[in-house]
Design a protein around this ligand. Structure first.
Ligand code: MN
Length: 392
């Protein structure tokens, strides 16, 4: 996993996470270990991954192969000679890994979409007529995406009170959304769409993503143009980005898409991923509690389909853009990716432990999203994304 870290007097630079150790790639570059790879080592001295990402996939593959060789060579040399290149993760401060130009949030978790549809529009079909024809999304706010660990201040805003009167104050329905975030690794020119078979070439890596949501504000404002202040106060991104190629062992077929999507969205290879995901809550003074376990396989639309649909009209993606999947929920109540669903719209408090129940988040609550792939002895850790709610 790649990320941006600093420590002591060392300014933010690119690191490669290896267990609890971080390999300082600026130092590795200064020592000359990238000289034979034909890449410019100054990309590792930057405070964001964008220039490193721009090297492209062939360069990334050479670098990763080289790093694996350095890290696997236990008998010698590298670690012992260059112990200053390794920093324990407890010593570092992490930074937002990419300079994010644009952020788009999809709505590709079909069970989440059905659950929300049932709650917000109880007398209608849970899914709107377009849902199975195109990956629905909205353009979000890049400036308020923060790195994991950044506290989240409860937003104030306008919503309907118990008497259905517009009122102003701290949100009474602050929620999380369990999502994956794609870090875009390649730009397309304005006016040029991306074909489905090339779409994955545009993914640098994957993160965990928490799309914090104020449900009361959202519910009042969202029609007709979609989410605005209910979402734009903050979103949290993992500090570490997992290279997309690491997900290869977990590739699976997605759900049957019925009706068949239009040709531009049709995939010819399995393009979903079997990645286990979980939501952990920690109220002040208590242990961590797992409140949901789900899987990325519940996404109706694949990453590739999201990229294709995003660009089909000529929209240009740029290196460092974030495309988030939308909330990922499974089919049963232990696998929902938001409190909105877990508490059935606030009507059924969720029991965290013998003392604490929640409908929505309290001040002081910490939410931690974790994930990984595990199959046939192969394991990829997606890391985590955490945030603690501060009073408004
Ligand atoms: Mn979302």
């Amino acid at each position: 996993m790649y990320g941006i870290f600093s420590y002591d007097i060392a300014s933010p630079r690119v690191g490669y996470k290896h267990g609890r150790q971080i390999l300082d790639l600026e130092v590795v570059g200064l020592l000359g270990y990238f000289d034979d790879l034909g890449i410019d080592p100054t990309v590792f001295t930057k405070p964001v991954l964008n220039d490193f990402i721009a090297l492209g996939k062939p360069a990334h593959q050479r670098i990763r192969q080289h790093l694996k060789e350095l890290l696997n060579d236990e008998t010698i040399a590298f670690r012992h000679v260059h112990d200053q290149a390794f920093i324990d993760e407890s010593r570092v401060q992490m930074h937002l890994p990419v300079r994010i130009g644009n952020y788009t949030d999809f709505y590709a978790g079909i069970h989440h979409a059905e659950n929300v549809g049932r709650m917000f529009r109880p007398n209608a079909d849970p899914l709107l007529p377009n849902y199975r024809h195109l990956p629905v999304a909205y353009h979000g706010r890049a400036s308020s995406i923060v790195v994991s660990g950044t506290p989240i201040r409860r937003p104030v805003g306008q919503f309907l009170n118990a008497d259905n009167k517009p009122t102003f104050g701290p949100s009474q329905a602050l929620d999380f959304e369990l999502e994956l975030g794609l870090v875009i690794g390649k730009s397309n020119a304005l006016g040029e769409s991306i074909a489905i078979d090339e779409a994955e070439d545009y993914i640098f890596g994957v993160t965990l993503f928490n799309d914090w949501s104020a449900r009361d504000i959202q519910r009042w404002e969202y029609q007709p143009l979609g989410p605005f202040l209910g979402k734009n106060f903050a979103s949290s991104l993992s500090a570490w980005v997992v290279p997309f190629e690491d997900l290869e062992p977990f590739r699976i077929n997605g759900p049957q898409q019925e009706p068949t999507p239009l040709p531009y969205l049709q995939t010819t290879q399995p393009s979903h991923f079997d990645l286990e995901l979980e939501v952990i809550m920690q109220p002040v003074g208590y242990e961590q509690i797992v409140i949901s376990r789900t899987n990325a396989r519940y996404l109706y639309w694949s990453f590739a389909q999201m990229i294709v649909h995003h660009t089909v009209g000529g929209c240009n993606l740029q290196i460092g853009d974030i495309l988030a999947t939308g909330t990922i929920s499974g089919t049963d109540s232990g696998s929902y990716g938001s409190l909105l669903e877990l508490s059935q719209n606030g009507t059924r408090p969720l029991h965290l432990n013998t003392h604490e129940t929640r409908t929505f988040l309290n001040d002081g609550d910490t939410v931690l999203l974790r994930g990984g792939g595990f199959s046939d002895g192969i394991r990829v850790d997606l890391g985590d994304v955490a945030g603690t709610v501060l009073p408004s």
